[in-house]
Design a protein around this ligand. Sequence first.
Ligand SMILES: NC(=O)c1ccc[n+]([C@@H]2O[C@H](COP(=O)([O-])OP(=O)(O)OC[C@H]3O[C@@H](n4cnc5c(N)ncnc54)[C@H](OP(=O)(O)O)[C@@H]3O)[C@@H](O)[C@H]2O)c1
Length: 294
Amino acid sequence: MYQLIDGKIISEQVKAEIAEEVKSMMAAGKKRPHLAVIIVGHDGGSETYVAGKVKDCGDCGFTSTLTRFEDNVTEERLLEEVDKLNNDENVDGFIVQLPLPKHISEDKIIESIDYRKDVDGFHPANVGRMVIGLPCFVSATPSGIIELLRRYEIETSGKNCVVIGRSNIVGKPIASLMMQKGYPGDATVTVCHSRTKNLKEICLQADIIIAALGSPEFLKADMVKDGVVIIDVGTTRVPSTETKSGFKLKGDVDFANVAPKASFITPVPGGVGLMTRIALMKNTLLAAKKEIYG
Ligand SMILES: NC(=O)c1ccc[n+]([C@@H]2O[C@H](COP(=O)([O-])OP(=O)(O)OC[C@H]3O[C@@H](n4cnc5c(N)ncnc54)[C@H](OP(=O)(O)O)[C@@H]3O)[C@@H](O)[C@H]2O)c1
């Protein structure tokens, strides 16, 4: 019988811990943690994510500030805003919600953020520090996955870990974290992508599979061995007649058939996504406490 890795329970637990810590900070006369968010345009997905982030800040006892720009904002104007937040002593950390309109270079914007306030963990300084094992802001999704492994005390040392996907926001950073010295880490990591030839054989050797490719129900039961740990990162909207919205979220794993072979498995929704949300709050708290960069 498999154990469900419940992102809802764990994310609520982490949120309560953060809120508790903020209360103690307040009692000690410290400043309330402050996250600022910049949103550009009216992309439906971005609006939903940002609303969630503002709500999470409230739940955690943080101050949040939202700055909106229209789609036609210039790169120069956005860079000015980033500079303002970099120098605003009241703001502990901030994010620029992605994606940005095509005429704005995301790389340029990310690199202009002071890495000490980069609570999204996308700045090359934070990514580089993560790779060499230095304290840093780890980006939200890999950070959430690591938290789940830790809270469920899943053994990673010496395990074969297969990561499917090599994106900068999930595949590469989680592969890097799983191979770091210490727990959770010390795994033997293989990264698969669209050019990988013998993916099924590689997956059959895996003790832990982290699926982050964005292909609904890609990982089938005949691709995994008994006792495997499954972390499903995929979230693809597929049309559905069962929901009011007319769509539902599907993971990259054929849950119904893979779960009976697994020892631990995350559901979609209710797994990694909720942890991703709370990871930003954790980074904001770390920024407010100046725990990483002093
Ligand atoms: N739950 C969350 O909080 C969260 C957060 C982020 C992302 N996601 C979800 O996670 C999924 C992946 O996101 P992403 O941003 O990492 O995606 P991405 O940038 O599109 O990257 C997908 C990766 O999967 C690889 N891939 C695609 N098809 C493959 C196949 N048939 N076999 C092997 N590898 C294949 C690609 O290979 P190439 O590099 O060769 O093209 C690429 O490296 C999406 O469903 C996304 O919505 C969820």
